[in-house]
Design a protein around this ligand. Sequence first.
Ligand code: SF4
Length: 370
Amino acid sequence: MTAAPSADQIARVRAHLPALLAWYRGRRRDLPWRAAPPDPWAVLLSEIMLQQTTAPVVAARFPDMLARFPTPQAMAEAGEDAVLAAWSGLGYYRRARALFACARAILERHGGRVPDDPQALAALPGVGPYTAAAVAAIAFGRPVVPVDGNVARVLVRLFALGGEPARPSPRLRELAARVARAEDAGDLAQAWIELGALVCRPRRPLCGDCPLEQVCLARARGLEDRLPAPAPRPERRLVHASAFLALADGDLVLLRRRPRGGLLGGLVDLPGVPLAPDAGPEPPPLAVDWRPVPGEVRHVFTHLEMRLRLERAVVDGPETARPAPELPAAGLFWWPIAELAALPLASLTRRLLAHGGIVPPPSGRQASAR
Ligand code: SF4
C-alpha cells in the first residue's frame, strides 16, 4: 500500500486548480449537454448515457434522447419499453432500465425535480457515487470532484499512488474531496473529467500539454507511463450457438422478447441466441428449410464472447406468420421489418439482422432489406 498523499502535495495541487480551470475553459469540447445554465435533468441524462459509452457516441444520440424525454416526467410517462427502444444500439441496457426507474423515482420522491443533494442523488436508481457527484457539481455547483476511471487515473499519477488501481475507490474519492473547492465547482468537475479523457490518457499521457505537469509526482519521477499498473483482463467464456432468422411474405421477421432479469433482459433478439452463458443449444423455432448464412457473428460482452452462426429461412403464408399487434412481454412474435425501429433491439440483434441482409435503422426511419 502506498503512503497517503501528504498535506503539502495536496496543497500544491490545489494551488494549481486555477491553471486547470483556465486550461479547461480554453480547450473544452463543445458537447450538446454543456448548456449554460445547466439543466439538471439534461446533465443527469447525459451522465447516465456516458456510463460505459464514449462522448462522441453519446453526443450523436443525446439530442434525440433529450427531445424525446425532455423531463423526468415525460420519461416516466412514456414507459420502460419506449426508453429501451430509444436506447437501442447504445448497449449495457441495464442502464436504460435504471434510467427509467430513476425518472420515476424523481417524479415520486422529488416532485419531478432532480435533487441537488449528492446523497439524495446517489439514492436514485442507476446513480452511483460518480454520477451523483458529477450532477451535484455540474448542475448545482456543489464542491465535489466526481471520480470515474479517467479521474482515478489522474489522481493515481498526480500523487504517484503506485499500489492503487485506477478505478474509483473510497480512498480516491476521499482524496478527490480533499482537492475539491467550492469556487467554480461545476467547471472544475468537468475540467478533471476532460483532463483524464484528453490529456492524462491511459497510454502515453500528453504531459507537455498538462496544466498540472509542474505538480505531478508521476511526471517528476518518470513514472507517468507506468502508473497506474494495468488491471488484469477479465476471463471471457466462449459460447458457440446458432441463431435463426425467419422471414415471411417479404416484410415480416420472427423475433423473440427475452425474459426480464437475465442477459439482455427485456430486449428483442433472434431465436437461438443463448438466454444464459451456460444454456444449451436451442432447437429451430419452426420446422422449415433452414439455410446457413456464410460466416459468423462475434459479439463480446464483459465476461462472455458469443460466436453465432446464422440460419435463414423464408416461410409462406398468413396462416404461418401474422404480425403481433404490439410488443409482447416475452416469447416469439412476428414483426414488420419496416417497423423495427420501434423495438428495443440489442446491438447483437442488429448485427445478426445485418448479417442476414436486413439493416434496421437507428430510430424513426424505414428498415431496408439488402
Ligand atoms: S503530468 Fe502527465 S501524468 Fe501527470 S497528470 Fe498531467 S498528463 Fe497525467
